[in-house]
Design a protein around this ligand. Structure first.
Ligand code: TRP
Length: 460
């Protein structure tokens, strides 16, 4: 097991897991989903999902990983036997597919960082148009995504402690500082309060079944749940650590970054008189427009640093996505880490090419005959969302019916002896045994119907 390693400290694990969680999901995806799904209502349901479903699932994943001490496949196989190992494989596949499109979006962000810092992006007039042209400028996007994949591979090939911990220690504090600074600025703009109202005052009539679907999927995605990522990271956690507390810190960090990203974006949207529901291009358009009003030098510095931090956040997430399949080949298949990492990165990069070409270059990939998923990238993203919530649901069934809640409790009590018998323990047991399996089964079924056939098909 010489190639396994473990986190050198408690902080190391928390930083790495929070680094995995905080990424494009928080800064890019959360604001645009909130924007298309009613603002405050979305935020409200999102928070509800985190507390009632996601935190228990997170605790379960980390406990499984630490108890079994292996990758996602090895852990389920060891604790469950039989066919349970396939649940690990399912997660590993989800990780590979997520990384394939995630890396493309990371390439866009990397490109924006370079264009703002060293080019003349901020001199443009129409930032929406620029975005459309940019993501179809295949040469640069190809290079930037490739560069991003290479950086990920370099770090993951160094192994868990050195590479992953070090990358996170720099990024997290920087991200908070720049977010808060920008929020203060954006709140001083005209009409900013309309944005705050949109984001924070729920209008109950705006909450629909789809709001719930998107909020749930986003919560799983943002916390890196449902695919064995935290099983894998949990396997590097030492026995003296308090898993429940760590999970609370990780989800708190992740949720606060998403919340702050929204608090930055919506005041800007309303003060610029823009449309909150413009989809995946939202932050690329709104933020560049805002930076362009700061003057050439300040805009460049602030905008450049902001996109640089987005890239760091994305990098600590791509690292975790690559680590899951890599750990599988290193632990279960006993292959050398470096060869595995480079082989996988090459494969995943190629797998991402259809997503890269789906924004207009190849017309077919831009207009798939699938309900609700206009382009290949969105289609793949939807597919992954379904894999995550169903994976989380199956993990709860695994604990409930196979590994048993008692084993979970025993594992959680290691490093936290006073946990047993508390109300918190009852809450987590109840959530994992009943709330999550039931609610997640129902919602997974509905999301599948919605994404592929449309809910109209069900409700007429
Ligand atoms: N949570 C990350 C984000 O918000 C993305 C991510 C990293 C992820 N690892 C994951 C999503 C594992 C699901 C599963 O950007």
């Amino acid at each position: 097991m010489s190639d396994r390693g473990s986190f050198s400290s408690r902080m190391g694990f928390i930083l790495a897991a929070a680094g995995s969680a905080v990424g494009l999901g928080n800064i890019w995806r959360f604001p645009y989903l909130a924007g298309t799904n009613g603002g405050a209502g979305f935020l409200f349901i999102y928070l509800l999902c985190i507390v009632s479903l996601c935190i228990p699932v997170m605790i379960g994943e980390i406990a499984i990983g630490r108890n079994a001490g292996s990758d996602a496949y090895g852990s389920y196989q060891k604790l469950g036997g039989g066919k349970w190992g396939y649940l690990g494989i399912y997660g590993i596949l989800a990780g590979i597919i997520i990384l394939s499109y995630y890396n493309v979006v990371a390439g866009w962000a990397f490109g924006y960082f370079l264009e703002i810092s060293f080019g003349n992006l901020l001199n443009h007039q129409n930032f929406g148009e620029f975005f459309g042209e940019y993501v179809n400028a295949i040469g640069p996007i190809f290079l930037f995504s490739l560069g991003f994949m290479i950086m990920t591979a370099v770090i993951v090939s160094q192994g868990i402690a050195k590479g992953i911990e070090a990358a996170n220690k720099i990024m997290m504090p920087g991200l908070y500082i720049i977010l808060i600074g920008l929020i203060i600025y954006s709140l001083t703009l005209n009409n900013a309060m309309d944005g705050v109202r949109f984001y924070l005052v729920p209008q109950l009539e705006n909450i629909t079944l789809k709001t719930i679907f998107y909020a749930l999927c986003q919560a799983f995605f943002s916390l890196s749940l449902g695919m064995g990522c935290l099983v894998t990271y949990g396997s590097y956690v030492t026995k003296d650590q308090n898993i429940v507390k760590s999970a609370a810190i990780i989800s708190g960090a992740d949720t606060s970054v998403a919340f702050l990203a929204g608090l930055l974006v919506f005041p800007l949207v309303f003060s610029l008189g823009a449309e909150p529901g413009q989809g995946p291009k939202l932050i690329f358009v709104i933020l560049t427009q805002a930076f362009s009003t700061m003057g050439p030098i300040v805009g460049r510095i602030v905008g450049g640093s902001f996109f640089l931090l987005i890239c760091f956040a994305a990098l600590t997430s791509t690292i975790s996505l690559l680590e899951v399949p890599a750990a599988f080949f290193v632990d279960t298949r006993k292959l050398p880490r470096k060869a595995v990492v480079w082989g996988l990165s090459g494969f995943i990069f190629v797998l991402g090419l259809p997503s890269m070409f789906s924004q207009g270059i190849i017309p077919f990939l831009n207009k798939l005959p699938v309900h609700n998923s206009p382009d290949f990238l969105s289609f793949i993203a939807d597919l992954c969302d379904i894999m995550l919530i169903s994976g989380g649901c199956l993990m709860c069934f695994f604990i409930r019916n196979r590994w048993k809640v008692d084993s979970l409790n025993k594992e959680l009590a290691i490093g936290n002896p006073s946990y047993l018998g508390t109300a918190l323990q009852s809450y987590i047991n109840f959530s994992i045994s009943w709330v999550c399996p039931i609610i997640l089964s129902i919602l997974t079924t509905l999301v599948v119907i919605d994404k592929f056939f449309g809910l109209e098909w069900l409700f007429g």
